[in-house]
Design a protein. Structure first.
Ligand code: G3I
Length: 301
């Protein structure tokens, strides 16, 4: 196959990208995105501040721009994200306790109702674990009670029983890290108690501080063994080593339940960290060596 999406589909997987609604008028951008990818994540447009800018007033204008572009071009969509300490609108930042807990529930219900039956998966909870120590991140949501994550997942299942419900985080790719073990133990606990969770998203923002490690495959297979799908949800690699990109893809291909990979943007110039040139296409839209190594890995299954 000659595109990332078609090559991934040979083994029943998808290959996606983050799409930014502000770039949908850039035909160089949409040409590559449409040709290469068959799954779409809205880079910012489905986040809390974008979809509920005032409490109880939902706005899906930009989210729907991304959703409609994807669906009109035959792509599926991952929802990102419903409960997160970051990119909260001001009104939510100022809430606490039971009012915040109820606002979280209302937000999940409001956004999921809009997209009910339309999405492949939702990142229900994003980045809830601390960067060190293996415990929860302190946040206004965490301070509503340790059960906020499972409440979010139970709310989400009831709101749209057909969509896969994911926990998504960064720095949970290295099996030896406490953060990875903390999330692993949470997922194991949820599965044992019947809390509805279908997938774990490994963001995979690799750089010199959190580099790719060959134990990534152990992390993927360990999560999968708990009975969840695993998706690489926000892949970018500082410097875009072709070898490292191929290793990441091969690690996913080695685990049956690793069923999709998304890069966090199209061209280097589209990246949230463009200075790291971390993506598969350069700023002129040319395929980089990493593109070829990824395509070859996908085609070798
Ligand atoms: O839209 C406003 C614009 O009106 C304003 O003029 C401008 C001035 O700074 O800001 C614009 O908003 C920015 C937004 O991106 C849209 O471009 C925000 O400041 C900026 O903070 C925001 O950054 C996003 C970041 O999440 C916020 O947390 C990045 O684009 C996005 O790539 C990044 O994505 C996250 C994932 O959601 C979760 N995992 C990590 C990943 C990378 O940080």
């Amino acid at each position: 196959e000659t595109t990332l999406g078609a090559a991934a589909a040979q083994s029943g997987r998808y290959f996606g990208t983050a799409i930014n609604s502000g770039k949908l008028g850039d035909s160089a951008y949409t040409t590559i995105a449409n040709r290469e990818f068959n799954m779409v994540t809205a880079e910012n447009e489905m986040k809390i501040d974008a979809t509920e800018p005032q409490q109880g007033v939902f706005n899906f204008t930009n989210a729907d721009r991304v959703y409609n572009w994807a669906v009109q071009n035959g792509k599926r969509v991952r929802g990102h994200t419903l409960a997160w300490h970051s990119q909260q609108p001001g009104w939510m930042q100022s809430l606490s306790g039971s009012a915040l807990r109820q606002a979280m529930i209302n937000h999940i219900n409001g956004v999921m109702a809009h997209y009910k039956g339309q999405l492949y998966a939702w990142d229900v909870v994003n980045e809830a674990y601390a960067d060190s120590g293996g415990g929860r991140r302190d946040s206004n949501l965490q301070r509503t009670g340790n059960d906020w994550i499972e409440v979010a997942f139970r709310t989400a299942r009831a709101a749209d029983p057909g969509v896969k419900l994911c926990y998504n985080d960064y720095n949970i790719d290295n099996w030896t890290w406490e953060k990875t073990q903390g999330v692993y133990n949470m997922v194991r606990d949820f599965k044992s108690r019947g809390v509805p969770i279908d997938c774990v998203g490994l963001q995979a923002h690799f750089n010199s501080g959190s580099p790719y490690n060959s134990n990534f495959r152990t992390t993927i297979s360990s999560f999968a063994a708990l009975g969840v799908d695993v998706q690489i949800t926000e892949l970018d690699i500082q410097g875009a080593s072709a070898t490292t990109y191929a290793n990441v893809v091969n690690d996913c291909l080695a685990v049956a339940r690793c069923n999709g990979i998304t890069t966090w943007g199209v061209r280097d110039s589209d990246s949230w960290r463009s200075g790291d040139t971390p993506l598969l296409f350069d700023g002129n839209g040319n395929k980089k060596p990493a593109y070829t190594s990824v395509l070859n890995a996908l085609n070798s299954v």
